[in-house]
Design a protein around this ligand. Structure first.
Ligand SMILES: Nc1nc2c(ncn2[C@@H]2O[C@H](COP(=O)(O)OP(=O)(O)OP(=O)(O)O)[C@@H](O)[C@H]2O)c(=O)[nH]1
Ligand SMILES: [Mg+2]
Length: 441
C-alpha cells in the first residue's frame, strides 16, 4: 500500500503522542532513509517504519477516579478478514470485564488495517484503541532458513494430517508470537498484556482486575487452559531446550520445567494455551527469555518444523519461572475453537448468575457446516487437559536429572527411524529420507 486517504483517517483517528505525525510524501525514499539511518536505534527504526500506519482512537469512556489502572493493554493480533470474529471477542470481553475498567486496546497486523475494520472495532468498545502495523522484520523468514528444506518439513507434516502444515503465514505468526510481539514499540512502556484472539467466548463476569492481581502477587504469566501439544509439530523442541540448558548452565532445580517432564525424561507435552494469556511484558523482554528465543530461532525450526508459541512460552516459563510465578485464572470461563472451560468448584455453578454456560456450541472443526452444534464439555476434565498435572505439581520429581535425558540433538523417534545420534545436518537428511519414504521409490 503506497498511499492512504489521509483525510478520511484523520476524521476519526489521531497520531500517537510522541510519534511521527505526517504521512511521508515519498514512501520509498522515506523507507530507505529509515532503513539506512546510522543514528536511529533498532527500536526507533521499527517505530519510524510503521509510524505511517499507526492510528489512535480516543474512546468515549471516562476513567473512574476510584480505580487505579495498571500499565496494561488488551493486545490483539488479527487480520482484516477476521472482523466478525474479533468483534465477538471484544464485545464479550467488554461485557464480562472491561466495561468497568476501560483498559486500552492495541491491535496489530502484518498489513495495514483497513479503515472499515477500524471503524467497526470502535463501535465495540468505549476504550482507547491503537491500530498498528508491525515491523516487517517481526513477520519474516530469517535469511538463514533454507526454504526448500522448509517445504520438505511442510510436506511431512501435511502427510500426517497436521493442520496448517503447509502454511508459511501460520509459522510467521507463531514466530511473531514467540519472539516479537513484546518488542513492538507501542508496548515498550507497559507492564502487562491480555492476549485476545478472534472468535473466543467469555462465559463468566470477572468482578476484579486480573492485571492488579498479577501486580500484587508478582505473577509473570497467567493461563486458563493447559493441554497436550501435538508432538509432530515440535519433534526437536524439547531436545533443543535441553541443549540450551546445557550450553548456558541454566539452573532448573525448583523451576516449572520439572512439571513438564515425564518419567522417561521427555517433554510431557503440557503447555499453556496461549490464545488466552495475561502476562508480564517485562518478563518477555528479559535477557533470559530472549536468549532462549534467539537460540530457538537460530535452529530454523519455526519453519522446518511447526513450533507453536504456546509450547515455547511454556518451556520458557519452565526454564526461568517457578510455579508460584504463574497464575491459573480459574474464575474465567473461556472458549476457543471446541475447547472450553469454566470454574466448576460446585455443581450449581452452571446456575450462578456470574456464568452462563451454553449447552451447545458451533462445531469449529466442521468447516463445511460451521453451524453444526456440538455439546459443550468442560475441558478441565478431559484426558488431554494437563490441569491435574498443574494442580498436583509441588516440587521436582526426585529421579529426573536433565543430564540424563540424552544427546540434545537426538531426534525423537517419532519418524519411526531407529535411534541414532543426529546432528543438525542429519536431521535435514532424515527429513528428506522420510519424504522419500512417503513418496515411494
Ligand atoms: N494479522 C495477521 N494475524 C494473523 C495471521 N495469522 C494468524 N493471525 C492471528 O494470530 C492468532 C492465531 O491465529 P489462528 O489462525 O487463530 O491460529 P490458531 O488459534 O492456532 O488456530 P485456530 O484453531 O484455527 O483458531 C489470531 O489472533 C489470528 O487472528 C496473519 O497472517 N496476519
Ligand atoms: Mg485461533
Amino acid at each position: 500500500m503506497l498511499s492512504i486517504d489521509l483525510d478520511s483517517f484523520s476524521l476519526n483517528y489521531t497520531r500517537v503522542p510522541g510519534w511521527p505525525t505526517e504521512f511521508p510524501i515519498n514512501l520509498s525514499d522515506y523507507t530507505n532513509l529509515v532503513k539506512n539511518s546510522s543514528h536511529l536505534s533498532k527500536i526507533e527504526k521499527w517505530k519510524y517504519e510503521i509510524a505511517p500506519w499507526v492510528w489512535h482512537y480516543q474512546g468515549s469512556a471516562m476513567p473512574d477516579p476510584s480505580i487505579n489502572l495498571e500499565k496494561a493493554v488488551i493486545l490483539v493480533l488479527v487480520r482484516n478478514s477476521e472482523l466478525v470474529d474479533i468483534m465477538n471477542s471484544v464485545k464479550q470481553l467488554e461485557n464480562r470485564y472491561n466495561h468497568k475498567y476501560h483498559y486500552p486496546y492495541i491491535f496489530l497486523n502484518d498489513v495495514p488495517f483497513a479503515k472499515d475494520f477500524m471503524d467497526q472495532i470502535t463501535l465495540a468498545t468505549d476504550s482507547n484503541i491503537t491500530f498498528s502495523l508491525i515491523p516487517s522484520e517481526h513477520w519474516s523468514i530469517p535469511q538463514s532458513v533454507d526454504i526448500n528444506q522448509a517445504k520438505i518439513g511442510q510436506e511431512i507434516l501435511n502427510a500426517k494430517g497436521i493442520s496448517y502444515a503447509k502454511s508459511m503465514s501460520y509459522r510467521k505468526m507463531c514466530r511473531f508470537n514467540s519472539g516479537f510481539f513484546y518488542k513492538h514499540p507501542l508496548l515498550s512502556e507497559l507492564d502487562f498484556y491480555w492476549r485476545l484472539e478472534p472468535n473466543v467466548d467469555f462465559f463468566c463476569d470477572l468482578t476484579y482486575d486480573p492485571f492488579k492481581l498479577m501486580k500484587q502477587q508478582d505473577k509473570k504469566y497467567s493461563f486458563v487452559i493447559i493441554l497436550k501439544e501435538l508432538i509432530q509439530t515440535i519433534p526437536t523442541l524439547w531436545d533443543h531446550t535441553l541443549n540450551f540448558i546445557k550450553m548456558n548452565n541454566i539452573p532448573i532445580s525448583g523451576k516449572l520445567l520439572n512439571m513438564l517432564v515425564d518419567s522417561q525424561g521427555k517433554y510431557n507435552l503440557c503447555h499453556f494455551w496461549s490464545n488466552f494469556e495475561i502476562a508480564s511484558l517485562k518478563w518477555f523482554q528479559s535477557k533470559e527469555y530472549n536468549e532462549y528465543f534467539d537460540y530457538l530461532d537460530s535452529t530454523g525450526n519455526f519453519f522446518y518444523e511447526r513450533w507453536g508459541d504456546a509450547p515455547i512460552h511454556t518451556l520458557a516459563a519452565g526454564l526461568f519461572l517457578q510455579k508460584k510465578d504463574i497464575l491459573f485464572m480459574n474464575d474465567i470461563g473461556y472458549r476457543h475453537d471446541n475447547f472450553a472451560r469454566w470454574p466448576a468448584t460446585n455443581s450449581s455453578l452452571k446456575h450462578n448468575p456470574k456464568c452462563q454456560i451454553p449447552n451447545l456450541i458451533n462445531n469449529a472443526n466442521n468447516r463445511k457446516n460451521p453451524n453444526e452444534k456440538i455439546k459443550l464439555k468442560n475441558f478441565d476434565f478431559n484426558k488431554y487437559s494437563c490441569l491435574n498435572v498443574w494442580n498436583t505439581f509441588e516440587h521436582d520429581p526426585l529421579d529426573w536429572k536433565y543430564e540424563a535425558a540424552g544427546d540434545p540433538f537426538k531426534l525423537l523417534d517419532f519418524f519411526g527411524i531407529s535411534k541414532r545420534n543426529l546432528n543438525e545436518f542429519d536431521h535435514v537428511r532424515e527429513q528428506k529420507r522420510y519424504l522419500g519414504l512417503l513418496n515411494g521409490p
